[in-house]
Design a protein around this ligand. Structure first.
Ligand code: NAD
Length: 348
């Protein structure tokens, strides 16, 4: 297993490995940058094929968190934790406490929240042993609600820039994945007057969307190729490949899923076809924005340092417009521009 040799290593400030034999905990916390403040990032509980894959995931996701927080204008840095193993088999109260105690130990530099495999209830269990967690129901609550609101602000920027429109009436929107965020986005765009096309591997949520939101259901393998205005990935990463980029009929791709572009070449392929891409770590920043109360527990910090939640969520619209403008001026893709802007902000 390589850390410094990993292709995801980007001069990360700190990488911590933790284990607790009694509970079976094996965890990694990667802190990419604290240049703008203590690092914030969720904890992912997942079965990895091997330890190197887990390290790579922690390194890649923590770098993305640095970019995400910097571009959201937050006074926090980027970090991420992974707990290695099948949560269905391993997750116990004792393990979450053991992990929470480790987070507490590095808590001046890192605070965490929900991600794949970690729920609000799990965060509340960790909160019994450390204040350095966000997303408890007593705090900002489920971050997906705020992520969905942030995606709506981002979609408005896309409407303006790509379609010269200020509202959703008459627009066709394809939402891939009707989970916590995707359902929230689907409901909001429906309420705003859009026609929905949806896909999910869970038949019952698709049926609910057809019934309650008047959505048209399409197979999961073809939703990217739907005849719509905007394709909104809210399920998995890596959905835009060089192949699928050639099949997308929408004028824009803008959704919550992390790491939507499988490769940089996939992003170029979108740009060549005139398809506007909203960089995912900009449009899906609502969750991390809402989780800032964890950072307020850190020495020398208070919530007063942060802008009100509504304002920070609404700023996702302006940030995307700024990225689209600069990308046009510099004749680069929005994702290359976003990365450049994030690196300028964190001084890398
Ligand atoms: P979730 O697990 O609640 O929802 C994911 C949905 O996608 C589920 O309904 C699942 O059945 C569906 N799905 C899985 N495979 C699919 C496939 N092949 N085709 C279609 N649908 C499929 O997750 P979530 O919290 O809604 O997050 C969605 C995405 O947004 C993830 O990529 C996540 O990393 C990202 N994201 C989430 C947040 C947040 O606040 N929850 C914040 C930032 C980014």
């Amino acid at each position: 297993m390589a850390v410094w040799g990993s292709r995801e290593f980007d001069n990360h400030e700190q990488v911590c490995f933790f284990s607790d034999e009694a509970t079976g905990l094996r965890a990694i916390v990667a802190i990419h940058s604290t240049a703008l403040g203590p690092a914030a990032g969720g904890t992912r509980f997942k079965l990895y094929a091997n330890d190197s894959e887990a390290v790579d995931d922690a390194l890649r996701l923590s770098r993305a968190m640095s970019y995400k927080s910097a571009l959201a204008g937050l006074p926090v840095g980027g970090g991420k934790a992974v707990i290695i193993g099948d949560p269905a088999r391993l997750k116990t109260r004792a393990l979450l406490h053991a992990f929470g105690r480790y987070v507490d130990r590095i808590g001046r530099h890192f605070a965490t929240g929900e991600d794949v495999g970690i729920s609000v209830a799990d965060i509340e269990t960790m909160n019994e042993v450390t204040p350095f967690v966000a997303g408890t129901s007593a705090g900002a609550g489920d971050p997906s609600v705020h992520t969905a609101t942030g995606v709506m602000h981002g979609l408005r920027a896309v409407l303006e820039r790509r379609f010269g429109k200020s509202d959703f009436t008459g627009m066709k929107i394809a939402v891939q994945g009707l989970g916590a965020v995707g359902w929230g986005v689907a409901q909001r765009v429906h309420d705003a007057g859009a026609q929905l096309v949806v896909a999910d591997v869970r038949e019952e949520v698709v049926a609910r969307a057809v019934d309650r939101l008047g959505a048209i259901s399409v197979p999961t393998a073809r939703i990217h190729a739907s005849d719509v205005d905007i394709y909104v990935p809210c399920a998995l990463g890596g959905v835009v490949t060089e192949r699928t980029a050639g099949e997308i009929r929408a004028g824009a791709v803008a959704g919550a899923a992390n790491n939507q572009l499988a490769t940089a070449a996939a992003g170029l392929a979108l740009a060549e076809r005139g398809i506007l891409f909203a960089p995912d770590y900009v449009i899906n920043a609502g969750g991390v924005i809402s989780g800032l109360e964890a950072c307020s527990a850190m020495p020398g910090r208070s919530l007063a340092q942060f802008a009100p939640l509504d304002e920070s969520l609404a700023a996702i619209h302006d940030r995307l417009i700024e990225i689209f403008d600069r990308a046009d001026r510099e004749k680069r893709t929005p994702e290359a521009t976003a990365e450049q802007m994030a690196r300028e902000l964190i001084g890398r």
